[in-house]
Design a protein. Structure first.
Length: 278
């Protein structure tokens, strides 16, 4: 566990802090390698916001279909249901922090919510502010029992991220041409038409090459990627007012009963209950 780094609550010292928002916060630090990561989390999403902060490691960060190169002190922000994962470029150890928090009010975090999924996720601050961001992560990790210090650190971090979102966005990397073609096809195709073979055909590659590219960059097999796209579509349809049967069929599921069963297994809630949520 890293112990260097002083608490950075001084960033907000002598400022009037706003009222504490309703927010549950979890802070973690991890050291992994390409080998150990294979047994951990691949492409995934959360029902809350996440802040990833890189310390060391030869990695890129994939959010939806956008690949971001990251270096020391870079942050990647994701909002609820944005799919993301790390892409390892070498066997060099990867050290990073990640913070999960519930954003009860989207208005408090416009840098998270006022953007399209997979867009403007990377925040690359000036060098001094990168060090401040890393130190804030360590301070939050060490001051778990001190609510006031923890809030001051979290508020300072959000100020840094909001500034970075406005002034210091990092640039995305180009994906392999074949993978880009497959993703473009998946974005335009009807959910029921998607299959591993049609993706491979769109990229003019073999099934094995398609699977390798998806595993390396997306963190999923083509089949699992298609399943994720269908559930994303189903959630959007349910929120738009479609009933469960309509959402199931229009998102590519052939059977509404199977859809209900899998939806509940995945999200811990029935499609109807999800549809009624505010």
């Amino acid at each position: 566990m890293r112990k260097e780094g002083k608490p950075m609550a001084s960033i907000v010292k002598n400022q009037n802090l706003p009222p504490l928002p309703a927010c549950e916060l979890s802070v973690s630090y991890s050291e992994t390698t390409r080998k150990t990561h294979r047994f951990q989390i691949d492409n995934h999403c959360h029902d809350c916001c996440e802040i990833y902060v890189n310390v060391t490691g030869d990695v890129s960060f994939m959010v939806e279909e956008t690949l971001y190169p990251v270096s020391h002190g870079d942050a990647v922000i994701t909002k609820p249901w944005e799919h993301h994962h790390c892409v390892y470029r070498s066997d060099r150890p990867h050290k990073h922090y990640w913070l999960l928090f519930s954003a009860e009010s989207e208005a408090l975090y416009p840098h998270f919510f006022d953007r399209e999924p997979g867009k403007r996720n990377l925040i690359s601050l000036p060098a001094e502010q990168k060090e401040a961001l890393v130190a804030l992560c360590q301070s939050l990790l060490e001051n778990e029992e001190n609510a006031l210090s923890r809030y001051a650190d979290f508020f300072a971090m959000q100020r840094l991220l909001a500034y970075g979102a406005a002034h210091s966005h990092g640039k995305a990397s180009a994906l392999p041409e074949e993978l880009a073609a497959m993703l473009a096809y998946a974005a335009d195709a009807a959910p029921g038409e998607l299959c591993a073979a049609s993706l491979a055909a769109a990229g003019h590659v073999s099934l094995s090459t398609a699977e390798r590219l998806f595993r390396e960059y997306i963190g999923l097999t083509p089949l699992k990627y298609i399943t994720e796209k269908r559930f994303d579509k189903a959630r959007a349809l349910l929120k738009s007012g479609k009933n469960v049967t309509e959402a199931a069929l229009e998102s590519g599921f052939c059977d509404s009963s199977y859809f209900i069963l899998q939806f509940r297994k995945r999200y811990g809630i029935t499609p109807n209950a999800f549809r009624r949520q505010p």
